[in-house]
Design a protein around this ligand. Structure first.
Ligand code: HEM
Length: 622
């Protein structure tokens, strides 16, 4: 029987009853079969038997699964994935450390430490005796996402039940036929001609830059501190809503955190503000945080939400905010009874033509808003953060932009392509801080998946994955692996993405060729590594579920950055303005390696990556 994802409580009860009731039935059957009269057993002994039979049957099941999996693995000529060996039963200590680390440590540090400790790129956490695979093996990820992978690995039921109230039957939350139908409806919307219409980008970029300019101090040398993460989220939301609804949510027109009489306060992710949009943004982020908590707890999450869905309140705020917009647009369309000219059609019109169901339309739009708002604003926020830390990159990037467009030229799709350094900065930011840092798939049957050999001792290069098993693959860590990206993998070096190696012949008195050779290892090395194995760089995913908005996002971010750097020559982190509790903890500095030793913000993730407390910066006008 296939349950609907909204029935997570029933799924949980069924799991629970198979853990508790089935052993009781086995006990009664065993007693009957061996001729014992159940009623003649003293009450205390009966109670004890019923109590002990649960762990006993659990243990037998584990033994059977292990035997069966080993047998299947051998038949597939695949190796079993190494298990994390915790100190407490069911690896509960590992689960506790994981939750603690999420609150205190650098992003993904816990996983990075586990991979290092076990010397393997793929591990089975076995929390509460259940298989859960974590991987930073690019070959394994390739085989999950492409080739035969998508037929065997799906987002799956457990993913869907966690997101159901928020994303409903939207594109992110469905598999197979339903997903295919959504993808078919959405795909034409992201065709080249549509995503290269820069008029929308221009309108909202100008608005955003005017806001930043209005924050100039009296002497005009720089602006007051502002939360760039919040501002960019408004920019991407207004842009995406116009692109999708044909009408903007106009959030750039509202007050910003830290302005007026409002004190800056910490929201679920960044800074927050108390107005209607502030409540929507708070709820939108709160739902994502709560869903991430469900992910960390694993499949027993309904135990903690049995009587109360923790996302209910925030979901209601999000949907109430969007409902009138969707209703208005659909009613307007129905009243007019017109078939909008394809040229002027919005994604909303496009959806309305495919279904009459308002909930479906609202969920589809919400899925797109989530995709359109948080990912691109994360990219822009981390670009600005890295520019703050690397003035030399800002300088070079600005020089490239001014060289092409002077102080006021406007980019077009064609000429944006020649901004090689801008693209390198975007790629390098996406490599170090991918907006979607971790993702998962669920296996639908036992199988062997090709991967890089687990260790030198393993001759075979396939791992065995049992049926109904979640695989969490971590793009954040893959994109920082030193063996894939070089010793400086954790450093921000856009030059690794530059392909042309033409150097000044006079540098250091060496010939051009010598200079070329000495720099070959550095400049362009990342690009070369990526060309050799594209799966070491996956910010937009790969395979049939590759990001539909990739070109839209890159065009939007590029356009915005060109105009931003025409108007502002540099950026400074405003550490003095960060809300309390959002600065990186001091104990990070004591680590022997890794970016956390020198990171100046606290990167975190829920569904997407973000800067805890917001990215507080000052801009220096040109
Ligand atoms: C820097 C910006 C972006 C990044 C890094 C990004 C990344 C991703 C990733 C990793 C996925 C795969 C998710 C999964 O399978 O679980 C995805 C899917 C998707 N993205 Fe993006 N995205 C970005 C911007 C956008 C924008 C602006 C839009 C639309 C306005 C968009 C629309 C979509 C859609 C519709 C999917 C679902 C594809 C499917 O399941 O078939 N994305 N994106």
């Amino acid at each position: 029987m296939k349950l609907h994802p909204r029935h997570y409580r029933i799924r949980f009860l069924l799991d629970l009853s198979s853990t508790i009731l089935v052993p009781q039935l086995c006990l009664v059957a065993a007693l009957t079969a061996t001729g014992f009269s159940y009623t003649e057993i003293p009450v205390f002994s009966r109670f004890l038997l019923h109590f002990l039979v649960v762990p006993l049957v659990g243990w037998l099941r584990i033994c059977w699964d292990e035997y069966n999996n080993a047998r299947l693995a051998a038949s597939f000529n695949a190796v079993s994935i190494p298990r994390v060996q915790g100190k407490w039963p069911g690896n509960l200590d590992i689960a506790i450390k994981l939750v603690k680390s999420m609150h205190e440590d650098y992003l993904m540090q816990f996983f990075a430490d586990l991979f290092e400790e076990y010397g393997s790129h793929t591990l089975n956490t076995r929390i509460l005796w259940g298989d859960q695979i974590i991987s930073i093996d690019q070959e394994l990820v390739k085989n999950l996402l492409t080739g035969a992978g998508p037929d065997r690995f799906h987002k799956g039921y457990y993913w869907q039940e966690r997101f159901e109230a928020f994303l409903g039957n939207g594109i992110f939350n469905r598999d197979q036929e339903e997903w295919r139908a959504h993808r078919q409806i959405a795909r034409p919307w992201f065709a080249r001609e549509r995503v290269s219409d820069f008029n929308i980008f221009e309108k909202y970029t100008d608005r955003t830059l005017n806001i930043i300019s209005s924050l100039k101090t009296e002497d005009g040398t720089k602006t007051r501190a502002f939360d760039a993460q919040d501002l960019f989220a408004r920019f991407t939301l207004d842009t995406a809503s116009e692109f999708l609804f044909g009408q903007t949510l106009n959030t750039l027109m509202l007050e910003l955190p830290g302005q007026g009489n409002h004190a800056v306060k910490m929201g679920p992710k960044g800074s927050a503000i108390d107005d209607e949009f502030g409540s929507f943004a708070w709820a939108f982020e709160d739902v994502q945080i709560k869903i991430s908590t469900r992910m960390r707890i694993g499949n027993i999450w309904p135990l903690f939400e049995f009587f109360h869905d923790s996302t209910e309140k925030s979901n209601a705020v999000v949907h109430d905010f969007l409902r009138p917009l969707v209703d208005k647009a659909l009613d307007r369309r129905n009243r007019r009874h017109i078939e909008t000219d394809e040229e002027d059609e919005t994604f909303l019109d496009h959806l309305a033509r495919s279904t009459e169901d308002r909930d479906t339309v609202r969920f589809q739009l919400l899925n797109m808003l989530l995709a359109g708002r948080d990912t691109t604003s994360t990219l822009l926020s981390f670009v600005i953060y890295l520019l703050c830390c690397h003035p030399e990159v800002t300088h070079r990037l600005r020089a490239e932009i001014l060289d092409h467009y002077h102080n006021d030229g406007r980019p077009t799709l064609e000429n944006l392509k020649s901004l090689k350094y801008l693209r390198a900065v975007l790629n390098e930011t996406l490599r170090l801080f991918p907006p979607v840092p971790m993702n998962s798939r669920l296996s639908d049957s036992p199988c062997a998946v090709p991967c890089t050999p687990l260790s030198k001792a393993h001759a075979t290069n396939s791992v065995f994955i049992p049926s109904n098993t979640t695989i969490l693959y971590n793009t954040f860590l893959i994109q920082r692996r030193k063996d894939l990206w070089g010793e400086d993998a954790e450093d921000f070096r856009p030059e690794r993405w530059l392909s042309d190696r033409i150097y000044d012949a006079d540098v250091d008195g060496r010939t051009g060729e010598e200079n070329l050779l000495s720099k070959v290892i550095r400049d362009g090395d990342g690009l070369e590594r990526m060309i050799q194995d594209p799966f070491i760089f996956l910010p937009f995913h790969a395979g049939p579920r590759v990001c539909l908005g990739q070109n839209f996002a890159l065009n939007e971010a590029s356009y915005f950055l060109v105009l931003l750097l025409q108007r502002f020559k540099s950026f400074e982190l405003a550490e003095d303005s960060m809300p309390e509790g959002s600065s990186p903890p001091l104990h990070w500095r004591q680590r022997k390696s890794g970016r956390q030793r020198y990171e100046r913000i606290w990167p975190k993730s829920s569904v997407t990556t973000f800067v805890k407390g917001g990215l507080w910066v000052r801009a220096v006008p040109a």
